[in-house]
Ligand binder design. Structure first.
Ligand code: SAM
Length: 269
């Protein structure tokens, strides 16, 4: 919800690199306190903080744009099968101009997908792509759940891991990457958001702050495989861009002096 609220707020600027109108729909459906945030009645909310909040909103909207463009390019290259890992409140199945025959699989925990389905159904909305929800824990046998829901590993697939890897242990991330490779026909591609580990004293300081402590307890800050090196080592081709450089490419000034986040796209020949 925090991410969706950042997307809703960050998309309001006239020159925002991306706009996701569904983010506001979800945030309002989550309850009055969230609607109050959007309507400016919680001025001291972390998402409105002149330092953290502004950076975080910019981060979310920039990554939205990066992955929107990634999926548009994948579709142009002929991918009609898309797997969004840890889809959360990603509404791309409703939002992007999918050609006929496009199928989007959304994987996340059951509670998240239930909230999402309820909100979209109540609003009377229908997805543009054929959409399949796959309720699963990504540390379990999600490839089986994906296949059971109709996924075809002989078709080229566009995989997306946005806002996910940091919530997986380094070993769980490697398993996820192994599974992606095993399920990817030639012409498949993957895009990820990843973050270099933070200095341990930064993490310790965050854990002590009231506002940042919850997030710090959800993540794994340990060294882990770097996706570009991992996939290129297995014959895929691609590159990554640091978020701040990407924000500059979009013609904006990064709000954060430094960012450990980068975005990568890899293609299987
Ligand atoms: N990709 C979405 C986006 O960018 O808006 C959601 C990002 S949100 C920060 C992280 C998502 O990861 C949540 O929806 C959460 O439920 C999901 N998630 C985290 N760990 C998971 C796991 N082990 N299995 C399935 N989903 C998981």
């Amino acid at each position: 919800m925090f991410v969706a609220a950042a997307r809703a707020l960050g998309g309001r600027a006239a020159d925002a690199p991306a706009v996701d109108p569904f983010a506001e729909l979800f945030v309002r459906a989550a309850g009055e306190e969230w609607a109050d945030l959007l309507d400016g009645r919680v001025p001291d909310h972390l998402l409105l903080n002149p330092e953290f909040g502004v950076q975080f909103q910019q981060h979310q909207i920039a990554r939205t744009r990066y992955f929107d463009d990634y999926l548009r390019a994948a579709v142009s290259a002929g991918c009609r099968q898309v797997v969004i890992l840890a889809a959360g409140l990603d509404a791309r199945a409703y939002r992007l101009p999918w050609p006929d025959g496009s199928v989007v699989y959304e994987l996340d925990r059951p509670q998240v997908l239930e909230f999402k389905r309820g909100t979209l159904t109540q609003a009377g909305l229908e997805s543009i792509a054929e959409r399949h929800e796959v309720s699963v824990d990504l540390r379990e046998n999600w490839p089986k759940a994906l296949r059971d829901n109709g996924f075809n590993p002989s078709l080229p697939t566009a995989w997306l891991a946005e806002g996910l890897l940091i919530y997986l242990s380094p070993a769980a991330q490697d398993q996820l990457f192994d599974a992606i490779v095993a399920l990817s026909a030639p012409g498949s591609r993957v895009a990820v958001e990843q973050m270099d580990p933070m200095p341990p004293d930064t993490v310790a300081a965050m854990a002590e702050q009231d506002d940042g402590s919850d997030w710090v307890r959800l993540i794994y800050n340990d060294p882990r495989s770097e996706a570009t090196a991992w996939f290129t080592g297995r014959g895929w081709a691609g590159e990554r861009v640091y978020l701040n450089d990407y924000i500059r490419e979009l013609g904006h000034i990064p709000a954060a002096a430094q960012s450990l986040t980068n975005l990568a796209t890899l293609v299987r020949p």
